[in-house]
Design a protein around this ligand. Structure first.
Ligand SMILES: N[C@@H](CCC(=O)N[C@@H](CS)C(=O)NCC(=O)O)C(=O)O
Length: 211
């Protein structure tokens, strides 16, 4: 049976929880990281060179990096709701997932760290503006892609999991950018997926910095 390691409040872990829910496969879940600690437990360090969450174990294979886990699941279960069965589809998905890693997620998470995870006395207006500006550029590209599509590639894929997971927090820290008609329609479609409401649109209050 597959085993997922990582705390539920991590957006990167949430991507995997959502994907596993789409698959409907049973798996074990070990809560580690953040306020739950446990990453120093014997064995965790050998699963991932970064010591971060998530890690997905499948037999003797330990996969780290949330997007690599999504790609693995999509390829391993080609006939599932998140399945990938062609090089073409894989390439189209990878464009969006790599854009997430390089532009959309760093901008959004940068802003989230500044506004939610940093004590107010340590916040920097300059940092906030830098991330916000980067998010304008990145979210405009995502919004334009969704102008005439239900999902990023037309039909649902792991690209929607990678980027869509971030929409919940974006609606809090950049409601104006998240509120374009295409992004709002997309978010409402994601809300129809049980894995999204079960694992993603959940409280992140344990992450909030206290002054
Ligand atoms: N690029 C990595 C990022 C992993 C990462 O930054 N994980 C964070 C949580 S989102 C972490 O492990 N933080 C320390 C902790 O939770 O103890 C991925 O996509 O998996």
């Amino acid at each position: 049976m597959m085993r997922l390691w990582g705390r539920k409040s991590s957006s990167n872990v949430q991507k995997v929880l959502w994907a596993l829910e789409e698959l409907g496969k049973s798996y074990e879940h070990e809560i580690v990281g953040g306020i739950y600690g446990g990453k120093d437990r014997v064995g965790y360090a050998s699963k991932t060179p970064t010591k971060l969450v998530p890690v997905l174990e499948d037999g003797d294979l330990a996969i780290w990096e949330s997007h690599s886990i999504l790609r693995y699941l999509a390829r391993k279960f080609p006939d599932s709701k998140i399945g990938v069965d062609s090089n073409r589809k894989e390439a189209e998905i990878n464009c969006w997932i790599d854009y997430n890693s390089s532009a959309f997620q760093p901008a959004l998470i940068g802003l989230f760290w500044e506004l939610v995870r940093t004590p107010s006395v340590q916040r920097s207006k300059a940092n906030e503006e830098k991330h916000y500006k980067a998010l304008i550029a990145a979210s405009t590209i995502v919004s334009e892609q969704l102008q005439n599509k239900d999902f990023l590639l037309g039909s649902f894929s792991i690209a929607d999991i990678a980027l869509g997971t971030l929409m919940y927090r974006m609606r809090d820290v950049a409601p104006d950018l998240a509120g374009t008609p295409p992004l709002t329609r997309w978010y409402n479609r994601l809300l129809e997926r049980p894995g999204y409401t079960k694992f993603v649109t959940t409280s992140y209050e344990e992450l909030r910095a206290t002054d």
